[in-house]
Each structure stands twice: as structure tokens, then as C-alpha cells.
Design a protein around this ligand. Structure first.
Ligand SMILES: [Zn+2]
Ligand SMILES: [Zn+2]
Length: 350
């Protein structure tokens, strides 16, 4: 059984429960519990796995409640380490599940996706990014074998929509949804507009921010292209993310309660560090584009946490998506451009 003593009481009817993510260097998701006059509400739920479920239920017990008492679930974004257990909590409690419409759309689309079409879409997208044939082969093989084990295919459909900018319907609490697209199209942070329960902390800023994956103390979250086979709209996720960072810095929360790592203060300083990091990264990438490169070639030359040949298959797809998001931003800034007549399209600095 997991150690229920890992639960942190943040004061003022707010707790965090570390819920493990199996085989993942992140370690755990910090699921937050918020007391309301109608019963406890969860912010995120954790990975869909028996060990995680045990940690969540033991954690709730350590907070003096029970999973059957959960009144509602607020999901910061659709990723499985946040939304994975939502369906099981709803089954055990009758709680509602709320999510921003753009991420609810992703959940619905993934559930309804024809795996064959999805594999075709992935293969086409990677080929257009300049992926070599040996990288595309496993996708073609999966399609030929009719494999249907797509991740996220069983995620719970939310039954309420989180309206950005509005106070949530939580009796006894002032919690406002802040739309922070970038990491996903419908990511939200939740701003608890109540004085921090510790007086010294209350003087530092305005309330507390549940930041999901948007603002983390020591990690820069993955920003890739939003993937939607049916959407021809040219989105700019990195542009969205940088604008969302400015938005949460302006809130000036006294404390940030993120979904990974640990709580921290001085959100504006963390935002500045992330903005600087992305600024420097965009400059580096632009320097790499002195000679034309496809997104795949750019990804091979970018700095990752290990050399390109050691990056596993699935992570390479994520890396290419991140390279594409940066290229999209550079093009929108007028700092790079596609080279006419190239196929797959190569980009160069301008
Ligand atoms: Zn995430
Ligand atoms: Zn996460």
C-alpha cells in the first residue's frame, strides 16, 4: 500500500495527494483536493492504473474523506496523468467531470477515432515533416495488422464544460478558470481568489493558482502542434503558450500549486525564466536554419535530454512535433520561411 502520509495539507481546505505515474521519470501527479460546501472537489485525478488508484483512495482517506464523497472533478487538461482516473472516480462517487471545451473535443475525437485513419494521419504528418522511411515503417505495419490499441481511446467523456474567465459553481469558494492554451488547446489553470491562509504568504500576492502542467517549478512543459486530423486551421501552440504564461504572471498569485514536482512562490519570476528559455531556444533554432532543414532534420539537431539516436521511437514523434511548433512560431514572427519547391517542406531563416 502507498504511504498515505505523503499527503500535504496546504491550509484553507486545500490538500495535495501524490499519485504515482508508472514507469515515468516525472514520478507522480499532484492531485489537489478542495473542500466546498457541497463536498470535496478534485483537481485532476491521476494515471489510470491500480497502484495510482490505491494511492488516490488512501490519500483521500488521509485527508479525512472518501472517494465516494467526491462532489466534482475539475480537469486541467486531457492528458492521461491528469484525466486518467476521472471515469473511475465518477463511477465510485457520481461526481461530475468538468473540462475546457477544446480538450473535451480532443477526448471525444480520440474515443471516436478510427484507428486506421489515425495511423494514416500520423504517417502522413511524419512523412510531411521529413521522417525517414525506417521511422514510418512501424506505423505502416501497425496499420496492416489492424492494431487498435490507441492510447486515450477509453478516456472518460466530461459532462460539464469549464467556461474560461468565469467563477466555477463551487458553493463556498471563489475559484476562477483561466484558459491557458499551449501545452494542450484546452488547458486551464484555476485561480483560488481567496486570501492565502498563511498571513506571511498572503502579503506576497493574490490567492493561489492550481497551474496543472502550464507552470511547473523545474520543468518546461512539452509544446507540440495540436493534433487534429479534421482541423486545417494553422494553430500556433507555442505562441498560445507564451501568451498564456504572461496571463498567469499578471494574476500574481501568492503561491502556485502545480500538478508535478512541488508548490512554489514568485510565479512572475518563473514565467520570466520560461519566456527567456523559449526566446533563447527560438534564437538557437533560427541559427540552425542558416541552411534549409525539414522539421525532422531540425529535431535531430535540437538539444534534447539525450543524443538523438538514444531517443525512443514515441519520444521522437513528440520531439518532431515540438520542432514543428517552434518553426510555426518563427514563421509567424517573420523569422523563418518555407523554401519554395521543397517536398517535404524545408525551412530557412529570414
Ligand atoms: Zn500534460
Ligand atoms: Zn502532466
Amino acid at each position: 500500500m502507498p504511504e498515505a502520509t505523503d499527503v500535504t495539507d496546504h491550509g484553507g481546505g486545500v490538500w495535495s495527494i501524490p499519485v504515482p505515474i508508472p514507469d515515468n521519470p516525472l514520478g507522480h501527479t499532484l492531485v489537489h483536493l478542495l473542500d466546498t460546501d457541497r463536498g470535496p472537489v478534485l483537481i485532476d485525478t491521476g494515471w489510470d492504473d491500480p497502484t495510482a488508484w490505491d494511492a488516490l483512495t488512501a490519500g483521500l482517506a488521509a485527508c479525512g474523506t472518501d472517494v465516494s464523497a467526491i462532489h466534482g472533478i475539475l480537469v486541467t487538461h486531457h492528458h492521461p496523468d491528469h484525466h486518467g482516473l476521472s471515469g473511475q472516480v465518477r463511477e465510485a462517487s457520481g461526481a461530475w467531470i468538468a473540462m475546457h471545451g477544446a480538450d473535451a473535443h480532443v477526448v471525444r475525437r480520440t474515443r471516436e477515432a478510427d484507428p486506421t485513419l489515425w495511423l494514416d494521419y500520423l504517417a502522413e504528418k511524419l512523412a510531411a515533416a521529413g521522417a525517414p522511411e525506417d521511422h514510418l515503417a512501424p506505423l505502416r505495419a501497425a496499420r496492416a495488422e489492424g492494431r487498435t490499441d490507441l492510447p486515450g481511446g477509453r478516456a472518460a467523456l466530461p459532462d460539464r464544460e469549464i467556461a474560461p474567465g468565469r467563477l466555477l459553481d463551487l458553493p463556498g469558494r471563489r475559484l476562477r478558470a483561466i484558459w491557458t492554451p499551449g501545452h494542450t488547446p484546452g488547458h486551464v489553470c484555476l485561480h483560488l481568489e481567496e486570501a492565502h491562509p498563511r498571513e506571511d504568504a498572503a502579503a506576497r500576492g493574490h490567492g493561489r493558482l492550481f497551474s496543472g502542467d502550464h507552470l511547473l517549478p523545474g520543468i518546461s512543459p512539452h509544446i507540440g502542434l495540436y493534433e487534429d486530423p479534421a482541423d486545417a486551421h494553422r494553430t500556433d501552440p507555442l505562441g498560445d503558450y507564451l501568451a498564456s504564461l504572461e496571463r498567469v504572471a499578471a494574476l500574481g498569485p501568492a503561491e502556485v500549486l502545480p500538478a508535478h514536482q512541488h508548490a512554489f512562490t514568485d510565479a512572475p519570476a518563473r514565467v520570466r525564466a520560461l519566456l527567456d528559455h523559449h526566446q533563447a531556444r527560438l534564437e538557437n533554432l533560427r541559427a540552425l536554419l542558416a541552411a534549409p532543414l525539414t522539421p525532422w532534420q531540425l529535431a535531430e539537431r535540437m538539444e534534447w535530454n539525450r543524443p538523438w539516436p538514444d531517443i525512443p521511437y514515441g519520444s521522437r514523434n513528440i520531439a518532431v512535433s515540438e520542432a514543428e511548433a517552434h518553426l510555426r512560431r518563427l514563421v509567424n514572427l517573420g523569422r523563418a520561411e518555407p523554401v519554395p519547391g521543397t517536398d517535404p517542406v524545408a525551412y530557412q531563416a529570414r
